[in-house]
Design a protein around this ligand. Structure first.
Ligand SMILES: N[C@@H]1[C@@H](O)[C@H](O)[C@@H](COP(=O)(O)O)O[C@@H]1O
Length: 244
């Protein structure tokens, strides 16, 4: 596990963006999995700027999103698709046909999970998957006690997760109760993982996930078993880990 603890938010955002830029330089047709949430916003902004300055070229890159809310139109401003559209797709030169999404309103939920599992396979797997972490240790929408062998699946969102995501929807009653997410096994099958966490409120769960027992009760603890993980933190998120 490679651990980077950055002094401030700007350096944190930049470090994440550099990992992506370096991968694309190494492999211009990389397949990249994308998390949403507050954490990677600044990183996506930097990638937009770098692309404008022609320092990174997304023209052969393929993207897949990690998770999505269910039961809303994809045009809903709270959807993960709308988030990524606003923050990344409209800012970089990704080709439309290389942008893949979980459908937030499929006719058949099970078929949608199968389609996405097959898609990941057909694309040859994920080269780099960007991950955030929930306060309860969730990855994507894999809440505590999700089996480590789970593939793309329908998830019931915990009250805590729904509360943490009010910012996307404006009020709690508008936050969907279900989501669809790559499973823990899809995450672990990705060739490289990048976990991002910033802020004091993530310090405890970061410590528990990276130094605690590997258990389904803390989904992110599974990352200890992956052989190519980059963890990017700011000092606040890393403070218990650093013992400060
Ligand atoms: N489903 C998302 C995850 O994909 C995200 O990584 C995580 C952390 O979110 P944030 O970065 O806002 O703390 O929780 C959300 O519920």
């Amino acid at each position: 596990m490679k651990l980077m603890i950055k002094d401030n938010k700007q350096e944190f955002d930049y470090a994440g963006a550099m990992e992506i830029l370096n991968l694309i330089k190494e492999k211009p047709n990389a397949v990249i999995g994308l998390a949403t949430g507050n954490t990677p916003k600044g990183m996506y902004d930097i990638l937009g700027d770098l692309c404008k300055e022609k320092q990174v070229d997304f023209s052969r890159v393929t993207t897949l999103n990690l998770d999505e809310y269910l039961g809303i139109e994809s045009s809903n401003s709270g959807s993960c698709k709308s988030y990524l559209n606003k923050r990344l797709y409209t800012k970089v030169n990704l080709k439309q046909e290389n942008i893949h999404h979980l459908n937030s309103n499929p006719e058949d939920y099970e078929k949608e999970c199968c389609r996405y599992n097959n898609l990941i396979n057909d694309l040859g797997g994920i080269d780099l998957l960007i991950l955030g972490i929930g306060h309860n240790g969730h990855l994507g929408f894999n809440e505590p006690n999700t089996p480590f062998d789970s593939m793309v699946h329908i998830c019931n969102l915990t009250d805590k997760t729904r509360t943490a995501n009010i910012w996307s929807f404006g009020s709690k009653d508008k936050v969907p109760k279900k989501g669809v997410s790559m499973g823990i096994k899809n995450i672990m099958n990705s060739k490289r993982l990048m976990l991002l966490a910033n802020g004091d409120s993530k310090s405890q769960i970061i410590y528990k996930a990276l130094k605690g027992k590997v258990t389904e009760e803390v989904p992110a603890s599974v990352l200890q078993l992956h052989n190519d993980v980059v963890v990017v933190l700011d000092r606040e998120a890393g403070k218990i880990l650093l013992g400060i």
